[in-house]
Design a protein around this ligand. Structure first.
Ligand code: ZN
Length: 238
């Protein structure tokens, strides 16, 4: 059973974290974008088995859960992977940007670096939001990556103040593609298997006998009907 900790960065009322007004008149909040993708990852993973997943945030975004609380929950859960979903800022209305995947700068765990690269590669393959970052496979002293006891990757899924990224990251299609990419990597690396399809249109019929004398067949059918079963006599040529 592979254990995953998943978190959508921030919460509904985090100050500041939102799309630049001149690029998005609605000033969509970062949490909304983060949570949409986290929810979609959960939905896609629900088709698979072989894992358990803990959301360390509040899916409704109403309650502020600190980074310390999120990390502690993931550590207590014994997660084998921590994914934190965010959206970036820092371009101030300029162009470019793109996806960046962060790990803790001093990590010595090669598995962490494999998750980072696989997630980044899949995200670029599915979304095309490559951007212009010099180091899209980035390392940093981010608390969520540093204090987690398991491989942890913090994904910055585009810039909320980039004229290039904003129209893309607001779209439902982009969120779907990000979720598909993240799910694809988890399924592959954790070896998850698809849940068996429910065979609701298959019938299993019971045959109870065949007679050369028609009356004997009718008698048996009558007996079965008297016990509440459905029974028919069907003629067959040998
Ligand atoms: Zn963030």
């Amino acid at each position: 059973m592979f254990k995953i900790a998943l978190t959508a960065g921030h919460y509904r009322y985090t100050a500041g974290k939102r799309c630049l007004k001149k690029l998005d008149p609605n000033e969509t909040r970062e949490w909304v974008l983060n949570n949409r993708i986290a929810n979609k990852v959960e939905e896609l993973l629900a088709e698979y088995e072989g894992y358990s997943l803990l959301r360390t945030d509040d899916r409704n975004g109403e309650k502020e859960i600190t980074m310390e609380e999120r990390v502690a929950a993931a550590n207590n859960f014994g997660a084998e992977l921590y994914i934190s979903i965010h959206h970036n800022a820092g371009i101030m209305g300029g162009k470019g940007g793109g996806i960046v995947a962060y790990v803790y700068g001093k990590t010595k765990n090669p598995v962490t670096l494999e998750w980072q690269k696989d997630l980044y590669d899949a995200l670029i393959k599915h979304t095309g939001l490559k951007g212009n970052r010099a180091t899209p496979l980035a390392s940093s002293n981010l608390y969520e990556c540093r204090a987690t006891a398991m491989p942890a990757v913090l994904l910055e899924l585009g810039f909320m103040d980039s004229a290039t990224d904003v129209p893309v990251i607001l779209s439902e299609e982009y969120a779907n593609s990000c979720a598909a990419a993240i799910t694809e990597v988890i399924v592959k690396r954790a070896g998850l298997t698809k849940k068996p399809a429910v065979q609701s249109d298959t019938l299993y019929r019971v045959q109870v006998g065949a007679f050369r004398v028609k009356k004997n067949a009718e008698n048996l059918a009558q007996e079965l009907k008297s016990k509440g079963y459905s029974a028919i006599v069907r003629e067959e040529q040998k």
